[in-house]
Design a protein around this ligand. Structure first.
Ligand code: MG
Length: 466
């Protein structure tokens, strides 16, 4: 169906019998949407967020021209549940993508993102978007769970983590990560629903994901499109292509980040050369914090405490940028937001309807992006497995349970809960629980109300391969 401006142009064309400018130049087109989602990149791992020895000129320019968000969260501190949150706009506990049995999906998992969930791609399909997924999926590798069954027209990528499927040739322990070789991990590279390479050559993976995304943008320049570019990097084992390997003064992790930065530059340059930069929103973030147990192979959470797998800030607060020249108001945004907010935000931008039969955990960010209104989000729930380990309301965060991401310690119940003022103390150093018991009470009530909205569903991570 033609929109009013297009109908008007058609009418002029019919009445005048002569050529007029195409309707698209008059009609305001739905914006293109691009999400660049890294793996295990910490809050402190890019120049614009303070890394002293990783050079990220393209990300820094993106931050200058767009918005740098300093309180932006993910839905969980590990891959699978974090990705489920991004894709559905809902806490992963609601889709069964978070479990006390296993933390993520593995090659021997039989579960995945349930069909009843509405993904970003499925929502945008209802508005005529072309949808492409490039990179790590990790929401189920069996055919019924692949991106092509969840609203994406095309898929090119490794369907789970790049450190899974260790081969017999792989040295045991850390050695394989210190001198990584693609042959040590028998991970598949897929196009659509077919495996096209195994083991995937990981040295060239960042470059190839980028080239595929660029080709998709070229092909769909005349219609609204959604690109989900989910890099397998910087998750160990780390790989960079020849042009980046050994170049960064930060070492291999820096090489990998600088190649991701190159990739971002390629995408933004292509939007400029196609002259669609003023009709394209680009978001850059990562799925969880740095994997600290890998020492120098892991990233940095900067001034935040903790990393991947933990409910300290370093596990779930991510370096996040929004860019849309002429639309997104440049600056630093200190309001709270989360990946779950992208779904309602994109719904607003694409004029899509959301179903009313489910609970959403996101808020429309467009007032903050365009400078038209205040923040709507005042809370974050930090789940680990099926429990709320911590919760933030306004500046205050209470920890009810703490546990290291990958250590041998069990969960430690904090009674009274630890309390931090994250605006004064982003590093979570100074416990205020004895000074503000009333704040703890308030946060506990908020958690109680939230828990009442969570209904039990099938645990997808516990399902074995059929
Ligand atoms: Mg990850």
């Amino acid at each position: 169906m033609l929109n009013p401006a297009a109908r008007c142009s058609l009418l002029i064309l019919l009445l005048s019998g002569c050529t007029v400018s195409p309707p698209s130049s008059e009609a305001e087109r739905l914006p293109n949407l691009i999400v660049i989602f890294c793996d295990d990149v910490g809050f402190g791992d890019i120049g614009a967020f303070g890394h002293p020895t990783i050079a990220t000129p393209h990300l820094d320019r993106m931050a200058e021209e767009g918005q740098r968000w300093t309180n932006f969260y993910v839905g969980a501190a590990v891959c699978t549940p974090s990705r489920a949150a991004l894709m559905t706009g809902r806490l992963p506990i609601r889709s069964g993508m978070m479990s006390s049995r296993r933390r993520v999906l593995f090659p021997d998992s039989g579960g995945g993102l349930p069909d009843e969930e509405l993904t970003l791609a499925e929502m945008l399909k209802t508005r005529g978007y072309a949808t492409g997924c490039f990179g790590k999926w990790h929401l189920g590798h069996l055919p019924q769970f692949l991106p092509t069954r969840h609203g994406f027209d095309s898929y090119f990528g490794i369907p789970y983590s790049n450190d899974m499927d260790r081969t017999p040739e792989s040295p045991r322990g850390r050695v394989a990560f210190e001198q990584p070789n693609s042959e040590y991990w028998n991970v598949p590279l897929m196009r659509g629903e077919q495996v096209i390479e195994r083991p995937a050559n990981q040295e060239t993976i960042t470059r190839r994901y980028t080239e595929e995304a660029l080709a998709f943008i070229d092909e769909n320049v005349d219609r609204p499109f959604f690109v989900y570019l989910a890099h397998s990097m910087a998750h160990v084992p780390l790989f960079a292509s020849e042009s980046f390997d050994g170049k960064s003064i930060r070492g291999l992790y820096g090489d990998v980040m600088e190649e991701i930065d190159w990739s971002v530059g390629q995408i933004l340059d292509r939007l400029r050369s196609l002259k669609i930069e003023d009709e394209t929103l680009v978001v850059f973030t990562s799925d969880n914090g740095p994997w600290l147990v890998f020492d120098q192979q892991g990233g940095s959470a900067g001034l935040l405490r903790g990393g991947k797998g933990e409910t300290w800030e370093g596990g779930m607060r991510e370096p996040t940028l929004f860019w849309w020249p002429g639309r997104v108001r440049p600056g630093v945004v200190m309001d709270m937001a989360a990946t779950m907010d992208l779904l309602p935000t994109f719904a607003q931008l694409a004029e899509a309807e959301l179903p009313e039969d489910r609970v959403y955990d996101g808020y429309d960010l467009s007032p903050l992006l365009f400078g038209t209104g205040p923040a709507q989000r005042d809370r974050i729930f930090y789940y680990r497995e099926e429990q709320v380990f911590a919760a933030r309301k306004g500046p205050f965060k209470a920890h009810f349970i703490t546990q290291s991401g990958y250590g041998s310690d069990g969960p430690a119940v904090q009674d009274p809960p630890l309390l931090y003022n994250l605006e004064h103390d982003p590093s979570e150093k100074y416990d205020l629980s004895s000074r503000h018991p009333e704040v703890i009470e308030e946060i506990m009530r908020m958690v109680e109300e939230h828990r009442n909205t969570v209904v039990p569903v099938v645990d997808q991570l516990a399902i074995p391969l059929p």
